[in-house]
Design a protein around this ligand. Structure first.
Ligand code: NAD
Length: 429
């Protein structure tokens, strides 16, 4: 049998040349990319269907699926048309399969980094859903693991693949709106039944036979043996509605604000993002007073060392939202089909000079088109295959996570939090 790159192991002389702890194959530009999905709930199943549909177009295949809930695992197996050995409850079996090149992780947040780090150490590339992690320590460890292993890792906020933010990045770097001082983003909803009170399948849980559709490996979902979450008895509200509980995520901040902050940081700071200097937060559980411990109305502000502030709001009790806006000394940037820039009158001269190439008859305002980009997932395939620039690399994903988690903790602890960039720890005051 010819030795293919797929079968290369780290214990060869070549291992000296690569940073990987161990590596999978190096994929040729025309070779098929073999994926697996870990966590086939709402988002993972969406990704799975997308990849199955795009098999031929993207030259990919799905060789494995994994979930601790038998019903979802069975459904994923059907969608991907896999045999029983390729549909597993234990994610380690996916990582042990040398034919799988990359994994897409769409479990609840508290598992993201453990799985991502182990996958990279097993020589696989990783697409990990947002937010990058549950804790700051996990995010930093994952960032360091990417550097150590040399693997490709895309974090999942798909807004970073929105070409308007890449156009904004160029415009800001070119000085078209002057120095940025503040920006805003929001993600708001309203519902009668209580936000995140999603459907519960009755009768599920670890008490069922392991081959029953209703079986859940609850210990594996919690991950308490790895210190990922506290050990508690089976709780269907926690299982089906994990976003309501700080034990597994940061509520609105990690579920929704992360989507807003990552593109803003991309546009303002560049594609590696930046760590905040100080974070404050406010809000409360004003109306949704069920068993949840997350706020229903949440605001945070993050100050950055490059001297701008990001203001974020996420409100589940009123869905009148704010658009994205980035404010510079010379102009304000708004996001429509492309980006629109409106001058600040005292800085008219500077605005005209910086935008002379695109000004029309009305010289107080101008627009730039969006940049055309492939989808977030396809960008990951391109990065694995051709080394293309990732839309949300681990640096941007980690920097976003640090600010977002500081927001969660500032609210929960009722404190102002600062980031120590040397020790990479949060300091409370
Ligand atoms: N990018 C986006 O727009 C977007 C949208 C929705 C969700 N997400 C993210 O995707 C992730 C999943 O969200 P969801 O709504 O799909 O949740 P979900 O509860 O519907 O799905 C998560 C699945 O992971 C499984 N799981 C949990 N622990 C596991 C383990 N140890 N091994 C294998 N499987 C395990 C669960 O059984 C469940 O089926 C979250 O982190 C969320 O933030 C992103």
């Amino acid at each position: 049998m010819p030795i293919t790159r797929r079968h290369m192991l780290s214990a060869t002389a070549g291992s000296m040349l690569l940073p990987s702890v161990s590596w999978g194959r190096v994929l040729g530009a025309n070779e098929r990319l073999n994926m697996a999905v870990i966590g086939t709930g709402g988002m993972g199943t969406g990704h799975l269907r997308g990849m199955v549909n795009d098999k031929a177009k993207e030259n990919i295949d799905v060789l494995g699926v994994c979930d601790v809930y038998r019903r979802r695992l069975n459904e994923a197996q059907r969608i991907a048309k896999l045999d029983d050995t390729a549909a597993v409850i234990e994610y380690e079996r996916i990582l042990d399969n040398p034919d799988i090149d990359a994994v897409l992780i769409a479990t609840p947040d508290h598992w993201h980094c453990k799985m991502a780090i182990e996958a990279m150490e097993a020589g696989k590339d990783v697409y990990v859903e947002k937010p990058l992690s549950h804790t700051i320590e996990q995010a930093l460890a994952c960032r360091d693991a990417v550097k150590r292993t040399g693997r490709v890792l895309q974090v999942g906020p798909q807004g970073t693949s929105d070409g308007r933010f890449w156009a904004a990045r160029h415009a800001i770097a070119d000085g078209r709106i002057g120095p940025v001082t503040w920006s805003q983003g929001a993600y708001c909803r309203n519902s009668r039944g209580g936000q995140f009170n999603w459907h519960i399948h009755p009768g599920c849980g670890p008490q069922n036979a392991t081959d029953s559709d209703n079986y859940v490996d609850w210990d594996r979902w919690l991950g308490h043996e790895h210190g990922l979450a506290p050990k508690i008895p089976w709780n269907e509200d926690h299982f089906f509605r994990f976003r309501k509980y700080l034990a597994y995520n940061g509520g609105l901040a990690t579920d929704l604000m992360y989507h807003r902050l990552a593109p803003l940081l991309l546009a303002i700071e560049g594609h590696d993002g930046a760590y905040p200097r100080r974070v404050v937060a406010s809000g409360g559980r004003y109306l949704e007073k069920d068993e949840r411990d997350i706020p229903d109305t949440f605001f945070m502000m993050a100050d950055y060392p490059s001297e701008h502030t990001v203001v974020l709001s996420s409100v589940m009790t009123n869905d009148d939202t704010w658009p994205y806006v980035i404010r510079g000394r010379h102009a304000t940037m708004e996001f429509g089909g492309g980006i629109d820039m409106h001058q600040q009158r005292p800085w008219e001269k500077e605005f005209k000079a910086a935008n002379a190439d695109i000004l029309g008859d009305d010289t107080s305002t101008c627009s730039m088109p969006s940049v055309s980009r492939r989808s977030h997932r396809d960008n990951f395939f391109d990065a694995v295959r051709n080394g293309d620039t990732l839309a949300c690399n681990v640096d941007l994903g980690c920097a976003t996570m640090v600010a977002i988690k500081m927001g969660v903790d500032a609210w929960a602890q009722d404190k102002v939090l600062r980031w120590d960039p040397v020790k990479e720890v949060v300091v409370a005051s």
